[in-house]
Ligand binder design. Structure first.
Ligand SMILES: Cc1ncc(COP(=O)(O)O)c(C=O)c1O
Length: 394
């Protein structure tokens, strides 16, 4: 009987997705901390700040009074209206609240978007380096992720030519774009994004735009895909700008043709999104002053690193236009960024993520730093890295 159970519980082939290596770095850092070491955490991509006070107050009040039952599957109507209004405030765009779908973080948004738009076997392109779960969710759903290597000349973004080259080789069903991007922090200019979306849609390739780092753009203003096309699926979240990672709440803007499809999927997959988080998220929009102060902190951190890391010896990185990441070429020091990051953690006490998570081939040359922590830690990280590299390569 036991033998039979073991056999039956064999993992499915499609569940064999790679781990997210950043979590291995977190585990190693935690082990060192358990032995009394003080580690500067620049590995996980999340704000050091918590949700704005307005969100916490609304959640507290709701805990005391509201029943917190299920909500409408597509989200509480007032939150959907508030999100739609944000598009007017941020981008001067009129978005019908009927097109807003509240999701359990943008992570659930991807599952819904991929299920709604793609069938098993469909090929979907994304930039390399890029956020690993795009590839891993797609393969778990039976789709074929197609990584397109990008270069510095295009600010590490997919070009129309590169997209069409892949499409001609084997037709693509979709493409994921993200600006600002993870891990690079690079952004696409408004015209580069518009050209790519128009080219994709002309070729019959559906576009999914990950706008989770909108609001955290420093070099120039991030363009919203909804300005370019009503057919793009936009995925966004309260995790980054709104500092609400653990509340697990995000949203999508879906084309009218997909609203009912996404609703049916979410009805079955989740019923609805956590009610408390929806209440807090709506109130988070009123915490703008607090959130802008956090954003100014990131800008200061960015300045500290752009100025300090070259002095410390790390002088080759991609343009850090937005988000809170800096993606640094460490090939001068090591041919294996995993080994480099491990030594930097153990010897300098600075945790960062090896690039192989984001780009299986060229990631061996890169390390990602997240600069969402306190400014004094950024300064200390620069000092520690400088002293460590000097000691190592004297
Ligand atoms: C580019 C990008 N998209 C999506 C996510 C998922 O975020 P969440 O599910 O918290 O909204 C992340 C998280 O780091 C990310 O970096």
């Amino acid at each position: 009987m036991l033998e039979r159970a073991k056999y039956l519980l064999k993992p499915s082939a499609r569940s064999a997705v790679p781990p997210f290596m950043v979590m291995d770095v977190v585990a190693a850092a935690t082990r060192l901390e358990a032995h009394g070491r003080r580690i500067i955490h620049m590995e996980v991509g999340q704000p050091a700040a918590g949700a704005p006070a307005t969100a916490i107050a609304a959640a507290r009040a709701a805990l005391g009074s509201a029943r917190l039952g299920y909500t409408e599957t597509l989200g509480v109507a007032s939150l959907r209206r508030r999100i739609a209004r944000a598009y007017t405030e941020w981008h001067g765009l009129e978005i019908d609240p009927a097109r807003i779908v509240v999701t359990t973080g943008s992570s659930a948004g991807f599952v819904l978007a991929f299920l709604a738009a793609f069938d098993a076997g469909d090929r979907v392109a994304m930039a390399l380096p890029g956020y690993p779960p795009y590839r891993h969710i797609l393969s778990a759903l039976g789709c074929e992720p197609v990584g397109i290597e990008t270069t510095a000349q295009t600010r590490w973004a997919i070009t129309p030519a590169a997209l069409l080259e892949q499409h001609r080789a084997h037709p693509l069903k979709g493409v994921i774009v993200g600006s600002p991007a993870n891990p690079s922090g690079t952004m696409m200019t408004a015209s580069a994004l518009a050209e790519l979306i128009r080219c994709a849609e002309d070729a019959g390739i559906a576009v999914i735009s990950d706008e989770i780092y909108h609001g955290l753009d420093y070099a120039f203003a991030a363009e919203c895909a909804a300005r370019i096309s009503p057919d793009t699926v936009i995925v966004n979240s309260f995790s980054k700008y709104f500092c609400m990672t653990g509340w697990r709440i995000g949203w999508m803007v879906v084309p009218s043709s997909l609203i009912r499809t996404v609703e049916r999927l979410q009805q079955n997959l989740a019923i609805s999104v956590p009610t408390l988080s929806q209440i807090a998220a709506e109130a988070a929009f009123e915490g703008r002053a607090e959130l802008e102060a956090v954003r100014r902190g990131y800008e200061e951190n960015r300045r500290i690193l752009l100025d300090g890391l070259p002095r410390a010896g790390l002088d080759s990185f991609l343009p850090a236009d937005g988000a809170f990441y800096l993606y640094t070429d460490v090939s001068r020091f090591s041919a294996d960024s995993h080994a480099f990051a491990t030594r930097m953690l153990e010897e300098a006490g600075v945790a960062a993520t090896p690039g192989v998570d984001f780009d299986p081939l060229r990631g061996r040359n890169f390390v990602r730093f997240c600069y969402a922590g306190p400014a004094e830690e950024m300064r200390e990280a620069v000092e520690r890295i400088g002293a460590w590299l000097e000691g190592e390569h004297r």
